[in-house]
Design a protein around this ligand. Structure first.
Ligand code: GTP
Ligand code: MG
Length: 318
């Protein structure tokens, strides 16, 4: 999904790196002092340029294009960072890299045409000054991109290319128990913006088709109307991920929430999410209601086959 993004150096660090490498450059001895100084200075300039250009290009290439991202990630990044500043920063890095490249060629040819050693040294120094000042000009942008890197690294890692089942329902109704029962391996926790609990991602296979089951504690477990605007948008981003929402009810009410409250949350989610919703009643080992909903027990495994059949049917229709 996202490649690994390297740490973004501060401009002073990048300038240091550039000069350190240029300083190490050596050329073969020549009796002609002027020719030797020319070779050396040009080699140093090209080394400095290579360091700057390759570092900046590496940054530009490793950050994702927000507009090309899956809408799930695009929505989250829109909430978490200033998209214009992000784009502008990447464009500035490109600009800086081209400017330094241009100056390197320009000063190399000035040096080639120089008649005296002093002139050669003066041009070399001038190039260094220009390159350093270009890098100083993008210090704000480099800093910003380093922050953006931290934000991107904390995005939940999910597979946007396989069918995804999102589990919703009040706390303690048995969501985690269900995800665990459905998953072929131990579900993993991924961080999620605006909630400390993160989301739990498990995988399962139905008729040879790999899918993802996601538990959303702290997100789809209480009324959305009580959230602030940003939290609400972060939660709504899940609609881009979900091919199906399995809403878990606990008619035994041992979860501590009345069915009336639970059904109200269900209605709200139906209203806000334009995604098929499958309603299941859990804890059938201790309580069975009269409704038509699928009845399961995440504890004993009862009813899971019928749940899996319904999931498979809905996903193949959508
Ligand atoms: N009897 C019975 N207990 C269950 C069943 N499923 C879950 N439980 C119990 O209900 C409690 C809550 O289950 P969890 O799976 O943690 O519920 P959750 O919805 O993930 O809760 P949060 O993560 O707090 O939102 C636990 O004590 C489970 O053992 C079930 O089918 N039958
Ligand atoms: Mg849980």
């Amino acid at each position: 999904m996202f490649g690994k993004i390297p740490t973004v150096l501060r401009s002073e660090e990048l300038i240091d790196k550039m000069f350190r490498r240029a300083k190490k450059v050596e050329v073969g001895y020549s009796k002609n002092r002027l020719a030797m100084e020319k070779n050396l200075s040009i080699a140093k300039i090209y080394t400095a340029r290579d360091v700057a250009v390759s570092t900046l290009q590496k940054y530009v290439d490793s950050f994702p294009y927000i507009n090309k991202l899956h809408p799930f990630y695009r929505t989250l990044l829109d909430l978490l960072m200033d998209k214009n500043m992000y784009k502008k920063s990447l464009a500035s890095l490109n600009w800086a890299s081209q400017r330094i490249d241009g100056f390197a060629s320009k000063y190399a040819s000035k040096i080639k045409g120089a008649g005296k050693v002093e002139e050669v040294l003066k041009f070399r120094k001038e190039f260094y000054g220009r390159a350093a000042s270009i890098l100083k000009d993008i210090s704000k942008e480099l800093k910003y991109l380093n922050q953006a890197r931290d934000i991107i690294r904390k995005l939940p890692i999910v597979d946007v290319n396989i069918p995804t089942i999102v589990i919703a329902g009040y706390p303690n109704v048995g969501k985690s128990a269900l995800v665990e029962k459905l998953s072929s391996a131990k579900p993993e926790i991924a961080s999620y913006p605006f909630t400390t609990k993160g989301i739990t991602v498990g995988h399962m296979e139905i008729k040879g088709r790999r899918m993802q089951v996601i538990d959303t504690p702290g997100l789809l477990d209480r009324p959305l109307e009580k959230r602030n605007k940003i939290e609400k948008q972060a939660i709504l981003a899940l609609k881009y991920l979900a091919n199906l929402i399995v809403f878990v009810l606990d008619p035994s009410e041992t979860c501590g929430y009345k069915m009336e409250e639970q059904l109200k949350l269900l209605e709200e989610i139906k209203k806000d999410f334009d995604v098929p919703i499958l309603v299941v009643e859990n804890k059938s080992d201790i309580f069975r209601g009269e409704s038509e909903n699928i009845k399961i027990s995440a504890k004993t495994g009862e009813g899971l086959d019928s749940l899996i059949n319904s999931i498979s049917k809905i996903l193949s229709e959508n």
